[in-house]
Design a protein around this ligand. Structure first.
Ligand SMILES: C[S@@+](CC[C@H](N)C(=O)[O-])C[C@H]1O[C@@H](n2cnc3c(N)ncnc32)[C@H](O)[C@@H]1O
Length: 240
């Protein structure tokens, strides 16, 4: 199935403001710089840890694992997963999908071709289940979706991933908003990162909204872990 919009959920606390990165077309080099700055900020926020921690649990006892990263941007998460798998001797098949062809190009350019990673351009909401992976992950992607799209995306992951799925995203919180606004004032980051940071926070979910989205997607609550991670981050995924 594709991740069709599932109406019936409205989360009025989330902002409807649009991120510049989602609507402004810029030169490929310019976008690559924005995504590289995003990588820097993501590393500063220890953002990879929840995903790698969940993967370590879900991969226990496995010799192979296929992973689909949705909204993969410049591909930093998949490169880290490749290094993680190499250390553990797990044979990986890694695919990153991003809506923006310039993000796909930036990810390819930043990635050693010897790594087991393929980057493709595609809409996460229309991927279908032709090549169902073991695991579907995303980072800083869920907040790009509207409420009905998010519910459809959760349902699609639940029906498509053979082993499990994991969403890593920001928590809507005034302190995180203030921190990102402050960093944007003192660090010479790309204008997209400066402007989109606070918007991303405003579009992100709080715990009760994640609970509501999971219920609207019809995913049994006992199947899912909803964990808060320092600083200001949710990890939402199937229980290993
Ligand atoms: C904030 S970036 C996150 C990139 C990367 N996952 C990270 O953590 O740095 C969000 C990415 O999602 C992509 N995106 C937005 N809507 C999408 C869709 N419907 N399907 C696939 N990718 C999408 C954007 O092009 C962008 O590269």
């Amino acid at each position: 199935m594709t991740a069709v919009e599932l109406p019936g959920l409205e989360l009025p606390g989330r902002s409807r403001a649009v991120e510049r990165m989602d609507v402004e077309r810029v030169a490929p080099d310019d976008l690559a710089r924005a995504l590289a700055d995003l990588d820097w900020l993501t590393a500063l926020g220890l953002a990879h840890r929840p995903t790698l921690g969940w993967l370590a649990r879900i991969a226990r006892g496995r010799e192979t694992l296929s992973v689909l990263d949705v909204g993969s941007g410049r591909g930093d998460m998949l490169r880290r997963i490749a290094a993680w798998g190499a250390r553990r001797g797990i044979r990986l098949r890694l695919v990153g999908v991003d809506l923006n062809p310039d993000a796909t190009a930036a990810a390819r350019a930043a990635t050693d071709p010897a790594l087991p990673i393929v980057f493709r351009t595609g809409d996460a909401l229309r991927l279908g289940d032709a090549e169902a992976p073991d695991v579907i992950i995303s980072a800083h992607f869920a907040h790009h979706l509207g409420d009905a799209e998010l519910v459809g995306f959760l349902r699609w992951m639940e029906e498509t991933a053979r082993v499990g799925w994991f969403v890593n995203d920001l928590q809507r919180h005034a302190l995180l908003r203030a921190a990102l606004t402050g960093i944007g004032r003192v660090v010479p980051l790309h204008r997209f990162v400066v402007d989109d940071g606070p918007v991303s926070v405003d579009r992100s979910l709080v715990r009760a909204e994640w609970e509501a989205a999971l219920a609207a997607a019809g995913i049994p609550r006992e199947r899912v872990e909803l964990r808060w991670h320092m600083p200001f981050r949710w990890g939402v995924g199937t229980r290993p």
